[in-house]
Design a protein around this ligand. Structure first.
Ligand code: G4P
Length: 525
């Protein structure tokens, strides 16, 4: 691809994630988007996959059992001249680490909120990460076909709880059973929920933003209430500001119903106008790597093993930051300096995988991995060494002792543990003295998935003995004296052999600090 072509191809990419609290409607809206993109033909495909009826792999069993989505995948489709990459994120909070890393690989985010519930804890957490990255955030207030909270209330909540300015792009006319339509401020029209007697779906608004009295809707109190709200918003609300959208300071808000497919297309069309194309990434040397740079570069934000149990595979997901990916190309892995040929690559549509021949900055490519890659790795072509900023790491809070139930089956136990740990599913520690294995995680469910996968994918039955909550603090090896360890501050090693203490509680940590004031403890490495 020559420079202009690369430039044009990159400008077409829109890479985003949908964030929400479980049950707000992320799966339903994703599905509608895929329908518009022509990727799925029937509503229910993604949904079925989520409930486990579709992909009948063992791996999906746990999702079926728990009714949650624990995998995150990538879906790509073309729509209105744009190439869209949607990165799915697990909604359950125990997998937030996985979601956080995925958010490092997107250029914008769509926040789906249940209009009856408003902002829920998980939305708030994920929003913070997006805000920290300064990426544009678009809001979809979902489930308008059900009675929900006052729209003004919902918008105020965005500003007060999340601290982001909001600009409603449209406004509900009625709600629940009384839903009449949307007052589309942005396109200066009314969109009817059900077509009127003349078969109209859209009614034009005049220059003042009013509907002609020839339409009976003007007599409806829901329309009059919407008008009052709109007047209020126009006088006292924020103005539409593209620069503020781009910097993540203002979120455009769309109301609608994903289930009824109402307001979703308008949302997508408008979203695509303002969502950014891939931006430059800054590497650790503070150098800006622009997406249309001829040199290929990218980072690995996710590793997933055994997505398909029939083919024991391990896939490293790479976000391309610059240049073009060409199957068979040689890249350098920054961490080891090793040159690796990328000959086995895959891309994902909702339900199928394809071999990728070419991809450009903004795209996500899955690389079949034989153990070369780790989460956070940078790869690049050419001579210029690049290392992107480290991905955020979250200190585990829950710990368990883990061992193979059958001592004769140590081999599969070790193999499984090594692979799942590399995937970032859980953190592995070893007791400094005995070498016993300890696992750390953010949430209990991660342990359950680990146990389930060890059995299903590695035929290794594991026994786990809970250790409860602990506070992990790393210590400089130079300062370490093994005698500092006690039953209240267990000395362990992390996967890279760095020593750390697992403190029983804050009290134990404070006690340690007062006993050894010269020792520096750190929460993260
Ligand atoms: P999630 O991925 O964010 O967890 O949410 P998901 O799309 O699975 O939606 C959660 C529930 O909310 C589903 O109902 C779904 O049908 C419903 N839902 C999503 N969007 C809307 C909407 O616009 N209006 C209404 N009324 N409901 C909506 P469920 O009963 O849990 O599942 P199912 O029985 O429909 O499969």
């Amino acid at each position: 691809m020559n420079e202009t072509k690369l430039d044009q191809a990159v400008a077409k990419r829109r890479t985003f994630a949908i964030i929400s609290h479980p049950d707000a409607g992320k799966t339903t809206i994703t599905e509608q988007l895929l329908l518009f993109g022509g990727v799925v033909r029937e509503a229910g495909t993604v949904k079925a996959r989520k409930s486990g009826n579709y992909a009948k792999s063992d791996w999906m069993e746990i999702e079926k059992k728990r009714g949650i989505s624990v995998t995150s995948s990538v879906m790509q489709f073309d729509y209105q001249g744009k190439r869209i990459n949607i990165l799915d994120t697990p909604g359950h909070e125990d997998f937030s680490e996985d979601t956080y890393r995925t958010l490092m690989a997107v250029d914008s985010a769509v926040m789906v909120i249940d209009s009856a519930k408003g902002i829920e804890p998980q939305t708030k957490k994920l929003f913070k990460i997006c805000k920290m990255r300064g990426i544009p955030i678009f809001t979809f207030m979902n489930k308008l076909d059900r009675d929900g909270r006052e729209p003004l209330d919902l918008v105020n909540e965005l500003e007060e709880v999340l601290g982001i300015d909001a600009y409603p792009m449209n406004w509900p006319i009625g709600m629940g059973k009384g839903l009449r339509g949307l007052y589309d401020r942005y396109n200066n029209r009314v969109v009817l929920y059900r077509k009127d007697d003349q078969g109209n779906q859209y009614l034009p608004l005049d220059k003042e933003g009013k509907l002609s009295t020839e339409y009976s809707l003007t007599e409806d109190s829901a329309y009059q209430d919407a008008q009052d709200d709109i007047d209020l918003l126009s006088e006292a609300g924020n103005s539409f500001d593209e620069a503020k959208i781009a910097s993540g300071e203002l979120t455009p808000v769309f109301f609608g119903s994903a289930l009824a497919n109402f307001g979703v297309k308008t949302f997508l069309d408008t979203y695509l106008k303002y969502a950014p194309a891939p931006a430059a990434h800054v590497d650790q040397a503070e150098e800006k790597i622009v997406p249309d740079d001829a040199q290929f570069s990218g980072f690995i934000f996710k590793i997933q093993a055994n997505m398909n149990p029939n083919h024991r595979d391990r896939i490293a997901f790479v976000r391309i930051c610059s240049g073009e990916f060409d199957r068979g190309m040689d890249v350098t892995l920054h961490r080891t300096g090793k040159v690796i040929r990328l000959s086995n690559s895959t891309q994902f549509m909702a339900d199928a995988r394809h071999t990728v021949e070419k991809a450009v900055a903004g795209d996500i490519v899955g690389l079949y991995d034989t153990g070369n890659f780790q989460i956070g790795d940078t790869i690049y072509s050419g001579k210029h060494d690049i290392q992107f900023a480290k991905l955020p790491q979250f200190t585990p809070e829950l710990f368990v002792h883990v061992a193979a139930k059958n001592v004769m089956k140590q081999k599969s136990f070790h193999k499984g543990i090594q692979q799942l740990v590399q995937e970032g599913a859980v953190q592995l520690y070893t007791n400094y003295n005995t070498g016993d294995y300890i696992l750390g995680a953010v949430g209990q469910l991660q342990f359950e998935v680990f146990q389930f996968r060890m059995l299903n994918e590695y035929h290794s039955e594991v026994v786990m003995e809970p250790m409860g909550k602990k506070i992990a603090r790393w210590i400089d090896p130079e300062q370490l004296d093994e005698k500092m360890s006690s039953s209240r501050n267990l000395l362990v090693k992390d996967r890279m052999d760095n020593p750390l203490f697992l403190f029983e509680n804050e009290f134990a940590e404070r006690w340690f600090k007062s006993k050894y004031p010269e020792i520096k403890l750190t929460a993260k490495l």
